[in-house]
Design a protein around this ligand. Structure first.
Ligand code: GDP
Ligand code: GDP
Length: 498
């Protein structure tokens, strides 16, 4: 499970700068879209080997006096509630201010581990000034400069030491499908969960050989065992926040990460909303299988202006991440349409877990390229040599080629679509990674601490540029193939044949 680091502090101390520095060049989670107003920023980041979720109390309009603190308080509370470790960021230049003290008190109440980072210590000479912030009363204090990257190592060492022990991935239980019910508040999640766990189902209380998390429910349908993830969280009524209907994105990400199949519930009477789109995008981003449940269909049936066609049209406009995912129209209240939900979840899991033999993949690749070949790159043909499936959950493929850079955007989309046409994968994401074949004798040291190492252009490479070798795993693709080198070309061309 991803540990969560929250960055908290008053405006202008440098929170966004620190957030960007820690998240590096990593792409923002898809919900960070323009035009989307958010109270908090989320990003999956990593430090050394540890991946974690970074949360900051994103931009809110500074308001004068008490109102400012009220807004800050609201944001900080929400971020701190989700956090495993809190970094309280303060500003050396402005010195200790009353809002810093107020924020400190607020965080202290949470009982979470706190590290004070004194920002804008741009040179070692500034570090002495940081001492005044000991007055905040926390045990750890690190001078940093978010802008110049000073003190990041010390800061992250302190953070990592406070993260809960890495329990690693939950062990997969053979034959057990992990499903979760996700959706906005009041959408009918608990009604649905209660229905799924209703008396006609066999609820497994103590499954042998499994440790049933207290928050999960086990059930068995037609010989398939399901673990309903975080049902306790769903059934526990969310605290009512009268100001904003907060979507707990952090909690949603954790639930998604624990699931094989996410059942996204949306309100049929209302149609998909922006929050639904965020959740769908998150599921896609996290690479999980998904099915969509359009709930409260009993109400829709009484509406003159809404029917399946209207909803389908809304889907195609507002929920781009829902293509290739099954959509079921249900009423959790009356039970209509609910009988088949878990069967569909099982089928979707089948797609998520599907493996295609290498021989068939290479047949597929040959045919796909014959039908439509990749566009040239700098007047050189792009050759796709060989395809193999490197993992399941979700199905992930590697295509070895002479120039990974040449297979971008629409050609990748083309291959994905054809792959779906031929092999299904309904309800599951499908990922294709492109790698350059390694040259003979080209050994890369996986222990190498550097992310990128430069070397002189090799013989035969027709660009005069240095090549950049990025060593090691690339988060999106998991660990498989981490011993392979991802080779990127920085503007240059490398079309060596072997
Ligand atoms: P936020 O409101 O807390 O998110 O603060 P920002 O990240 O927007 O930073 C506020 C201002 O402080 C900006 O003008 C930054 O350029 C500046 N700033 C951030 N980090 C540093 C730093 O390490 N040193 C200095 N000198 N300025 C910084
Ligand atoms: P949650 O916050 O997502 O867990 O939502 P609840 O399960 O508590 O449901 C919120 C409200 O919607 C309750 O009043 C439910 O009775 C109602 N509700 C749930 N499912 C349906 C449905 O299929 N049809 C109708 N008409 N109402 C429903």
């Amino acid at each position: 499970m991803l540990p969560v680091l929250a960055i908290v502090g008053r405006p202008n101390v440098g929170k966004s700068t620190l957030f960007n520095r820690l998240s590096g060049t990593r792409k923002a989670l898809v919900l960070d879209r323009p035009g989307v107003t958010r109270d908090r920023n989320y990003e999956i980041a990593s430090w050394l080997e540890r991946t974690y979720m970074l949360v900051d109390t994103g931009g809110f309009e500074p308001e004068p006096g008490d109102a400012l603190f009220a807004a800050m308080r609201r944001q900080s509370e929400a971020a701190v509630a989700e956090a495993d470790v809190v970094v309280l960021l303060v500003d050396r230049q402005s010195g200790l201010t009353p809002p810093d003290l107020q924020t400190a008190d607020l965080i202290r109440m949470s009982g979470k581990p706190v590290i004070v980072a004194v920002n804008k210590c741009d040179t070692p000479m500034h570090d002495d000034d940081a001492a005044e912030f000991w007055e905040l009363g926390f045990e750890e204090l690190v001078p940093v400069s978010a802008e110049h990257g000073r003190g990041m190592y010390e800061l992250m060492e302190a953070v990592l030491a406070r993260f809960p022990d890495d329990v690693g991935e939950e062990p997969e239980v053979e034959g057990e499908i992990r499903v979760s019910v996700l959706g906005r508040p009041n959408i009918g999640k608990s009604t649905l969960v209660n229905r799924l766990l209703g008396e006609d189902r066999h609820v497994v209380h103590d499954a042998p050989g499994t440790t049933v998390d207290a928050t999960d429910s086990m059930l068995e349908v037609d010989g398939t065992r399901f673990r309903l993830i975080d049902t306790a969280g769903v059934r526990r009524k969310a605290r009512i926040d009268d100001r904003v209907e907060q979507l707990a994105v952090g909690a949603a990400i954790r639930t998604i990460d624990r699931s094989h199949v996410v059942m996204l519930v949306i309100d049929g009477a209302e149609g998909p909303t922006e929050q639904d789109a965020h959740l769908a995008a998150l599921v896609e981003e996290r690479g999980r299988a998904m099915l969509v449940l359009v709930n409260k269909w009993d109400r829709v049936r009484e509406m003159e202006d809404r029917d399946v066609r209207v909803v389908e049209d809304e889907f195609s406009r507002k929920l781009p991440h829902v293509v290739n995912r099954p959509v079921l129209y249900i009423s959790a209240r009356t039970g209509k349409g609910c009988q088949s939900i878990l069967q569909v979840a099982r089928d979707v899991y089948g797609s998520f877990n599907q493996r295609v033999p290498t021989a068939r993949l290479n047949e597929f690749l040959r045919d796909a390229v014959a039908a439509y070949s990749p566009p040239q790159l700098y007047h050189h043909p792009v050759r796709l040599n060989y395809m193999t499936q490197v993992r399941v959950r979700p199905p992930t493929f590697t295509i070895f080629c002479n120039s990974p850079m040449g297979v971008r955007g629409h050609y990748d989309k083309y291959l994905q679509n054809r792959l779906r046409e031929q092999f299904g994968f309904f309800g599951s994401p499908v990922r294709i990674q492109y790698r350059r074949k390694r040259r003979p004798g080209e050994a890369l040291d996986p222990e190498r601490p550097l992310n990128a190492l430069f070397r002189a252009p090799s013989e035969g490479a027709d660009s005069g540029r240095a090549e950049v070798y990025v060593v090691g795993g690339d988060e999106d693709w998991g660990d498989e193939g981490a011993d392979e080198a991802d080779v990127l070309y920085e503007g240059g061309v490398d079309l060596d044949e072997e």
